[in-house]
Design a protein around this ligand. Structure first.
Ligand SMILES: Cc1cc2nc3c(=O)[nH]c(=O)nc-3n(C[C@H](O)[C@H](O)[C@H](O)COP(=O)(O)O)c2cc1C
Length: 267
């Protein structure tokens, strides 16, 4: 960690934020990484994020292509969305099941995945490895393999009939599907993938794009080895989430009602 002692106010916020007491004050009160505990730094960057004067640089932060650890984007207080706007954004997200046929540009897909990289992950391991079908043809071929699996197992005859009639009820005609995989022996691979997938859906929604979980594909990717091979799931990795992506055909006009939250309040 580098601390610019010319501007550091020694406020202690970075020390308080550090999840593993790796950031500690020196004799003058300036923060630094505790030598013995350096290996415990998970590179979460909270020390950098919380510093009110931008005094800290953390080389332990993973470097994004084109950015250095010192290039953490500033967050002006004005960036905060009004709660009503933020809540409407969340409640207006829908699982989009009707897509326009045209593909998304690769840069757009990459941008969505870059946002999803900010999802929480256990120990900040960021273990998710995405497999993305980049063309509608490839996506349709994957859907076809899911239908093959259904046919072999006698599952969902209705979906099979639709497929035979040229209608994809598996990936809903989406031009892309992004499959989240992670090492099976990781800390919380399922949770990490699901969190990233939830971020991906919301990132798509923010751009007016459509997204939907692809549950049938997830199931088949686990049960049908040819599909796992077609996806190129890395050895030792599991498939924990899959999200269809594309441009929605329709605009939603209202928010469908949901059940009130089931809550037990402990007092
Ligand atoms: C794990 C999971 C798997 C899902 N799989 C599918 C799917 O294969 N096809 C589909 O149309 N929707 C799928 N969905 C979306 C749900 O059906 C959807 O979230 C639910 O109907 C509520 O609609 P909303 O997301 O628009 O609020 C899945 C959702 C989750 C969380």
């Amino acid at each position: 960690m580098f601390c610019n002692t010319d501007i550091c106010k020694r406020c202690g916020a970075c020390v308080a934020e550090c999840p593993f007491e790796v950031v500690v004050p020196d004799a003058q009160g300036f923060p630094g990484l505790r030598r013995a505990a350096r290996k415990m730094c998970i590179g979460c960057g909270h020390c950098v994020a919380v510093c009110p004067v931008g005094a800290l640089t953390l080389p332990e932060l993973p470097v994004t292509p084109g950015l250095a650890p010192a290039d953490c984007p500033p967050l002006p207080a004005s960036q905060r969305l009004a709660p009503e706007r933020a809540e409407l954004f969340l409640t207006s997200r829908r699982s989009v099941r009707t897509y326009r046929p045209e593909p998304l540009e690769r840069a757009v897909l990459a941008g969505l995945l870059a946002v999803a990289a900010h999802a929480p992950s256990a120990h900040n391991r960021q273990p998710v490895r995405w497999v993305v079908s980049a063309t509608p043809g490839r996506t349709r071929a994957l859907a076809g393999m899911v239908v093959e699996h259904m046919a072999a197992r006698g599952l969902f005859p209705g979906i099979q009939r639709h497929w035979a009639a040229g209608e994809d009820r598996v990936l809903r005609g989406a031009p892309h599907v992004a499959v989240a995989t992670a090492p099976l022996d990781g800390l919380n691979p399922a949770e990490d993938c699901c969190a990233a997938a939830a971020y991906l859906e919301l990132a798509a929604h923010a751009r007016g794009l459509g997204a939907c979980w692809a549950g049938f594909l997830m199931e088949a990717a686990r049960e049908h080895p040819p599909l796992a091979r077609a996806l190129g799931v890395a050895p030792g990795h599991g498939v924990f989430a899959a999200i269809m992506l594309g441009k929605p055909r329709f605009r939603y006009r209202r928010v469908p009602l949901r059940r009130a939250p089931l809550v037990d309040w402990l007092e």
